[in-house]
Design a binder for this molecule. Structure first.
Ligand SMILES: [Mg+2]
Length: 193
């Protein structure tokens, strides 16, 4: 069976880390923000929270509160692996900057996310995944900047969210909103390979 290398972002594609962050904000402010209110990546700009506090709040996230972006994600990943996709999770997740690494691994485990490899890249580098893109047949990310950086070297897919739907991704191979759509897209594409 032919093998396909698929690079998958974690936060905002597999795991919803914004909702528990918003829960912390809501507890502090008595508000009821949800993920639809995250209309830009810049949380400082959207919610007026200082950068240091944004990081501190991410580090306070309890892994038991982290849910999937899409409940179908684990089954789709298993199906893709059975069809020859090597799943490499690539994350700009850095211990002590975002929520802790043990929590991340615990969340993946809790949600039965099976994968072949996990790689950590520099959080501040918007081209970090672009530098790796030549290693992959396909990549998916919720950051339009990362998708644009990847798009010359791989089939780059934007996982749509309230904060990126209006962002321009001119060279993206596709944009998806669910893991079922991602499954159909990838399995359809390898049929023609
Ligand atoms: Mg992400």
């Amino acid at each position: 069976m032919k093998e396909y290398k698929f690079g998958v972002d974690i936060d905002g594609v597999i795991l919803d880390t914004y909702t528990p962050w918003l829960n912390i904000l809501n507890n502090l402010r008595g508000t009821d923000y949800c993920i639809l209110d995250v209309v830009d990546y810049d949380l400082k700009k959207v919610f007026g929270v200082p950068k240091k506090q944004i990081c501190d709040m991410f580090s306070c996230i309890d892994d038991r509160e982290i849910e999937l972006m899409d409940p179908n994600c684990p089954q789709v990943i298993d199906k893709l692996r059975a069809e020859g996709f090597m799943i490499e999770l690539i994350t700009a997740h850095i211990p002590h900057v975002t929520y802790c690494q043990d929590d991340l691994l615990a969340s993946l485990d809790k949600h039965k996310i099976n994968y072949d490899r996990i790689s950590f890249v520099e959080l501040a580098d918007h081209n970090a995944k672009g530098k790796l893109a030549h290693l992959f047949d396909y990549m998916v990310d919720d950051s339009s900047a990362q998708v644009n950086a990847m798009a010359d070297e791989t089939k780059a897919i934007l996982y749509e969210a309230p904060y990126n739907i209006y962002k321009s991704t001119p060279k993206a191979w596709a944009r998806v909103q669910t893991w079922s759509r991602l499954e159909h897209l990838l399995l359809g594409d390898i049929l023609n390979d």
